[in-house]
Design a protein around this ligand. Structure first.
Ligand code: MRU
Length: 354
């Protein structure tokens, strides 16, 4: 790899675990304040995921894994049976927070499987295994991002890139998925301008992406979501890259609401459209995007903006994600390389290690 994480960002890790505490960058406070919160209970970690103090598919996966580490290090269970009862209830509590991003289930199941394989070990050893595995999940996320950053920067055209939502350092343990690609391009001098969609209703683009990319010195322009089409029509976008919450076996993928609209517009204007995600975001158990559960969030997110009421109390539909059919995708940048069409066949090959 040409660069190390510290060559690419000044941001610390978004999610960390030490001294029986899960530390998170509180993403609800940015850009007003940069605040790190320390959580000491599994319920607090679950609440932080639900309220989006930590958000972004890989970041919630790592936070949930650390939630289990927290359980292992703080439980008062004396017997293995008691320990396992508590473990499954912590697992359920963390699992029932957000339904769409598969990284959450992937991380929790990875630890659960390991625990179940080691049930014969002494209790202290099981606890050690949980904490070590959670840490490994977080470390591997940074390594995966670094690889995606290099793979992505190799294939993206030099010029102006548009992104939606936040798939940056904040959305992962560090660097980001999209964020790593942008950071490597910026270091290489091939990223001339970043267009950042504000991403209503929760404004992850305006609040988080604009903040973190500006912090790392990436030249950017912020636009409202409804400006993206016009910017493309004006010939001011050379490529679009977005993250993913779940990519399924045929290449369809769920990402932040508004992604589908961008994908259709990109096709109309002949602009390459990529998603960037680690293998932990790919769910080969689902055949098509129609099978992905889509989270619906509180109507207040639509009825208000920045805490101000902007609409009368009418009925609201607030899906947090949409599904982009694979026919709109140019390629999928993963930590094992770039997947090109036909996605169904090439994703299967990727998982077989071919
Ligand atoms: O609702 P959010 O903010 O958790 O949604 C985040 C996204 O849609 C991201 O694009 C996705 O999780 C990829 S993060 C690397």
């Amino acid at each position: 790899m040409k660069y190390r994480p510290e060559d690419l960002t000044r941001l610390p890790r978004s999610v960390e675990y030490r001294e029986r505490t899960v530390y998170l960058i509180d993403q609800t406070a940015i850009p007003r304040e940069f605040r790190i919160i320390g959580l000491k209970k599994v319920d607090d970690v679950a609440r932080a995921i639900k309220t989006m103090q930590v958000r972004g598919a890989p970041a919630i996966g790592a936070a949930a894994a650390f939630g289990l580490a927290l359980y292992a290090n703080t439980t008062k269970a004396k017997t293995k049976d008691e320990f396992m009862d508590g473990f499954y209830s912590a697992y359920d509590r963390l699992k029932n927070t957000r339904p769409t991003a598969v990284n959450l289930f992937w991380a929790l199941n990875r630890i659960k499987k390991l625990v179940e394989e080691n049930l014969e070990s002494p209790l202290d050893e099981i606890k050690r295994i949980i904490v070590a595995e959670a840490q490994k999940i977080a470390d591997e996320d940074v390594e995966a991002n670094l690889r995606m950053g290099h793979y992505g920067a190799e294939i993206l055209p030099e010029g102006r890139v548009l992104t939606h939502c936040n798939a940056g350092s904040l959305a992962t343990v560090q660097l980001g998925t999209v964020g790593a690609v942008l950071r490597v391009m910026h270091r290489d001098g091939t990223l001339k301008l970043l267009w950042v969609d504000e991403t209503r209703p929760v404004l992850q683009g305006a609040r988080l992406s604009a903040w973190e990319y500006h912090y790392d010195g990436i030249p950017l322009k912020l636009i409202t979501d409804n400006m993206a089409g016009f910017v493309m029509q004006q010939g001011k976008v050379d490529a679009i890259i977005v993250g993913a919450d779940r990519i399924v076996a045929n290449g369809d993928f769920a990402n932040k609401i508004g992604t589908y609209t961008l994908a259709v517009l990109a096709k109309e204007h002949g602009i390459p459209f990529f998603t960037v995600a680690p293998l932990s975001t790919i769910d080969m158990s689902l055949k098509s995007g129609k099978d992905i559960p889509i989270e619906e969030r509180n109507p207040e997110e639509v009825l208000t903006c920045g805490g101000c009421k902007i609409a009368p109390d009418v009925d609201v539909y607030n899906p947090a994600f949409d599904v982009t059919p694979h026919k709109y995708l140019t390629g999928i940048i993963t930590d094992k390389g770039v997947v090109w069409p036909p996605f169904g066949r090439n994703l299967r090959k990727l998982f077989r290690g071919e």
